[in-house]
Design a protein around this ligand. Sequence first.
Ligand code: MN
Length: 243
Amino acid sequence: MTKPIIGVLSSRTYHPSVGPMPVLAEYVNRTYCAGVEKGGGIPLIIPVTSDREQLTRLLSLCQGLLLPGGEDVDPCFYGEDPLPVLGTVDHETDQCWIWAVEIAVEKKLPIFGICRGLQLANVALGGSLWQDLSLKNKEHFLHYQHQNRASLLHEVSICPDSRLANLLGAEAIYTNTMHHQCAKEPGRGLTVTARTRDGIPEAMESADGQILLVQWHPEELLESEPRMLALFEDLVKRALQNL
Ligand SMILES: [Mn+2]
């Protein structure tokens, strides 16, 4: 059977080990591409660009879109000024990813967003973010684990009638957690479908099943919590309908 191509949006970083001076590089963590492959798809890394036409051409090669984790979203994209709790942002990367979500929605490509990917997709659809969890709930749990990324730390309660609960076959599941921000107002067509007990949104989805967003990192859990593979398989299955 032909495998669908899943566009994976890249981020930028200074790579320390390719020469005497750090070099600006486009990167995607290997685990995201491995997740797409294990789910039955072919990952295609899409570089950051300020050329929307280039992005449109690249996405026309894809049947689905994966938004990985990364840095904070520039709050100007949801109409806020930067607060002292804001982390690092990259305006050009955010603009590129927002275009990618708009193009994917227009082309009816299924979207799977992880961590920053959830936050960015929410903003691209007109939603907003808490710039730090402490602004949402002063008593929030630890959501940035210090140990191995594959460790399970907090329990997430999932809405029983959601697509997410159906895919995972569970209404509560332990996940890893590596974020200091979360969704505030949901974007157009998005509903929060999972939370931790401190009220932090941990997943969102669209009613038409085209968009699935999680705040944790399933790509790191494929061995420690094998049920997470279903999220990648779902993206690939929906992408197959565009072949
Ligand atoms: Mn969390």
